[in-house]
Design a binder for this molecule. Structure first.
Ligand code: IPM
Ligand code: MN
Length: 354
């Protein structure tokens, strides 16, 4: 009997369900062509459930997720729920508890996608950011004293372990090797100021590079300079590896130069466990229910999911279909309401082009 891939669906809030539907539609179309079987199980986590029941993410659900092959998320974030509750309670908790220690963000400008950088095209923007996803400032180490008094003190510490850095670097080196593009890995840090944390990162980086990856060029850029180069010379980047917070910041910048949140996808990856894939755009409450949001990021997140499941041929089929649809000029813009097609029509186009 052939394998059945078990996928947990987390449509979430706002436009999340709309874009996830298209992602699933495309995966089902690929499955029909390649004779693969997927079993999708729906989970109603998000703002609506929280408002109704007060539940964010029951422990038993986290345990259930561990039995899936992968997870596919729409969006988390609700206008009536205080910022942080759902993000921390669902997204961040899953990253920590499922040990999804890599945040993988391919940054690729596809043909006919508008780029805000003058004189830059698809030949200039094709790199990958590997963000550490379980340490740094996201650990939540610190606290307040004398809260709500004029003498309040707040401390928030960045936790960096050699173990956490090494496993992230290892993944980044492997991505660089597998891409085999420029064979260049850039460590993005701040060694001139964060002299403890990034000293450790840099030593670990140089050591692993010298010992295990002599064919890969080791490059270093401070995070501020990384932002500058990403705008000025994005073609310099092949793979960037960085810590949790810097990775969060530079990947939003990177999303803009690849055409915006409508096309940017990412994966929260545990290479030894269960990974979760998502479009980077949020829940976009103002576009909800109008069938105008761009589903391409969700569709490409689906391709990343297949790739991680070892279905690289099928992942490529999806990417090729997206490229073909974009090259045809049928999708006028990446922005919601300006695509010239509805959300479901874009999904149909990709599914039928496979
Ligand atoms: C991201 C998001 C999250 C993060 C938020 C929603 C907690 O911005 O995935 O980049 O900061 O990591
Ligand atoms: Mn972010």
């Amino acid at each position: 009997m052939s394998k059945i891939y078990k996928i947990a669906l987390l449509p979430g809030d706002g436009t999340g369900p709309e874009v996830l539907n298209e992602g699933v539609k495309v995966i089902e179309a690929v499955a029909a062509k390649s004779n693969l079987k997927f079993d999708f199980v729906n989970y109603d986590l998000g703002g609506e459930r929280y408002k109704k029941t007060g539940e964010v993410l029951p422990d038993s659900v986290v345990e259930e997720f561990k039995k899936f092959d992968a997870m596919f998320l729409g969006a988390i974030g609700h206008p009536d729920v205080k910022p942080g509750i759902l993000e921390k309670g669902i997204l961040l908790r899953l990253r920590f508890e499922l040990d999804q220690y890599i945040n993988l963000r391919p940054v690729k400008l596809y043909p006919n996608v508008e780029c805000p950088l003058k004189g830059k095209g698809p030949e200039h923007i094709d790199f990958v950011v590997v963000r550490e996803n379980t340490e740094g400032l996201y650990v939540g180490a610190g606290g307040n004293v004398r809260k709500n008094t004029p003498n309040e003190v707040a401390v928030q510490e960045s936790i960096n372990t050699r173990f956490g850095i090494d496993r992230c670097l290892k993944y980044a080196f492997e991505v660089t090797k597998k891409r085999n593009k420029d064979n260049k890995l850039t460590l993005c840090g701040k060694t001139n100021v964060l002299t403890y944390a990034f000293d450790l990162w840099e030593r670990a980086f140089r050591e692993m590079g010298a010992k295990q990856y002599s064919n890969i060029k080791l490059d270093y850029a401070h995070v501020d300079a990384t932002c500058m180069w990403m705008i000025k010379n994005p073609e310099w980047f092949d793979v960037i590896v960085t810590d949790n917070l810097f990775g969060d910041i530079i990947t939003d910048l990177a999303a803009m130069i690849q055409g915006g949140m409508g096309i940017a996808s990412g994966g929260n990856i545990n290479p030894e466990g269960v990974s979760m894939f998502e479009p980077m755009g949020g829940s976009a409450p103002k576009y909800t229910g109008q069938n105008i949001i761009n589903p391409l990021a969700a569709i490409m997140a689906g391709a990343m999911m297949l790739d991680t499941l070892g279905l690289s041929k099928e992942a490529k089929m999806i990417e090729d279909s997206v490229v073909k649809a974009l090259a045809s000029g049928k999708i006028k813009s990446m922005a919601a309401g300006k695509m010239g097609l509805s959300t479901t029509q874009v999904g149909d186009l990709i599914a039928n082009n496979l």
